[in-house]
Design a protein around this ligand. Structure first.
Ligand SMILES: Cc1cc2nc3c(=O)[nH]c(=O)nc-3n(C[C@H](O)[C@H](O)[C@H](O)COP(=O)(O)O)c2cc1C
Length: 425
């Protein structure tokens, strides 16, 4: 069965434009280009980013699927122009090169123009070698142009559509930088509000930790090196019941992990306490269920599961952490080998690069989480128009808030709740 909500991106890093098609957005959702601009600008910020961000001023153009400010139910097509393309028009030309144009590129390369020179010194940590061999390219540019995380601008544009959709149902997704270069936020010192943290150089809630993180980035820059870190995405007010335990590919936890892992640079994903819980006792880990609270809402005493149990949202905030590896392109390049000769070379290819991108990766993380939640919400509610989705959601929320039985002591509560439930292999 086709997924109710899906998206595909296209575009090269220095091509004319990036694009993304999003299918399955119900008709009647209010959507403007300004809605999409906010997250695109947030993705471009962050201490440790390189010169490319000064060139680009990302804005998504809505070219299909919206009329008079409302979605039509038809596929939405967004374009995000690459301003830097103007510096690459010949190198990235779509049409075949004439003999003169090809000769001009060869002589520019011979004169030392790096852009015009085919890339063959494959870069460790990048898809250069595996990608070139897989697709039979003798110029690594054909790989790096698409493997580049410039593509994540298109994902963030699509994420803006998902944000507008989720907002209609009160679902709020945000993120912060939890760790950079081995320096972690101390929750006790996280004194900044969400807005203050978002506006800070590393999108970090703990000012002291942020100062140390900045020092680590500066030290790496000094040495021609790079650093990684961790971002945390939180999705609040997600209703109980998105995802399912009945089949592996219907689990929301698995889909979120895959979505965040798909971000170029993410090498690990944790949900809730993640790996930490493997070092704790079960009694310290599992979230005691308090019962129903205000407006019939189910309450857990803690949220170590990160809002997901058995692949289903449990009503608590969903918490997803992404592990960001240190940037692969080093100003002081590592040794490598030449793709054509197979011989070692002293230095891998270098192309203008960031030093750390944890704050930006967090924004991409938000986008991937929102796009996944939008899909699972539509899987739960169905609906071709916003009116239908709203009706369905309202009914679901009412059902969730309604007790199955009037409150009175149950047999389980009377005997201390010790009745066994059987094994769980
Ligand atoms: C927002 C963002 C910006 C990035 N910028 C760079 C960069 O400037 N230089 C670099 O080497 N890698 C950068 N990356 C990561 C690479 O694209 C990525 O590590 C590479 O394509 C290899 O893929 P992998 O890390 O998933 O294995 C960036 C990633 C993100 C999410």
């Amino acid at each position: 069965m086709t997924e109710p909500f899906r998206f595909l991106t296209a575009g090269e890093s220095h091509g004319r434009t990036l694009g993304v098609t999003i299918e399955g957005v119900p008709a009647g959702l209010a959507l403007t280009e300004d809605d999409l601009a906010v997250d695109l600008a947030r993705r471009q910020r962050g201490y440790g980013r390189g010169a490319r961000q000064q060139i680009e001023h990302d804005r998504a153009e809505i070219v299909a699927g919206v009329r008079h400010g409302y979605t039509l139910g038809s596929p939405i097509l967004l374009l995000v122009a690459n301003r830097d393309w103007e510096n690459w028009t010949k190198v990235m030309q779509v049409e075949p090169l004439t003999d003169e144009e090809a000769a001009a590129l060869v002589s520019a390369a011979a004169a030392g123009d790096k852009r015009s020179t085919p890339v063959t010194r494959v870069r460790p940590g990048h898809g250069d070698l595996a990608g070139a061999l897989k697709y039979g390219h003798d110029d690594v540019r054909n790989v790096l142009e698409r493997a580049s995380a410039r593509e994540t601008a298109a994902r963030v544009a699509a994420g803006g559509v998902a944000r507008a959709f989720l907002k209609e149902f009160g679902i709020d997704v945000w993120s912060f930088t939890a760790e950079v270069g081995g320096v972690a936020v101390d929750p006790a010192k996280a004194s900044r509000s969400r807005e203050e943290a978002d506006a800070s150089p590393l999108r970090c809630p703990d000012p002291d930790a942020e100062a140390e993180m900045i020092a680590r980035i500066d030290a790496a820059r000094e040495k021609g090196d790079t650093v990684g870190g961790v971002f945390e995405v939180i999705a609040e007010f997600v209703p109980i019941g998105l995802g399912s335990y009945v089949q592996w590919d219907r689990r929301l936890d698995a889909a979120l992990a895959a979505a965040v892992m798909s971000i170029n640079i993410v090498k690990g994903v944790e949900l809730g306490l993640g790996f930490e819980q493997t070092r704790m006792f079960g009694s310290q880990v599992h979230d005691v269920i308090e019962g129903r609270g205000e407006a019939g809402r189910w309450i857990h005493r803690s949220n170590n599961a990160g809002g997901l149990t058995a692949g289903v949202s449990n009503g608590e905030p969903i918490v997803v952490r992404g592990a960001v590896k240190p940037i692969s392109t080093l100003a002081r390049p590592l040794p490598s080998a030449d793709l054509l000769t197979g011989q070692p070379v002293e230095k891998a290819h270098y192309e203008r690069s960031d030093i750390s991108v944890v704050p930006a990766a967090g924004i991409v993380g938000e986008a991937m989480v929102m796009l996944t939640l939008a899909r699972f919400l539509l899987e739960k509610t169905g609906g071709d128009s916003m009116a239908e989705v709203r009706d369905s959601m309202e009914r679901w929320r009412e059902r969730l808030a309604t007790p199955l039985r009037p409150a009175e002591p149950t047999a389980a509560a009377a005997d201390g709740g010790t009745a066994g439930s059987g094994g769980d292999d």
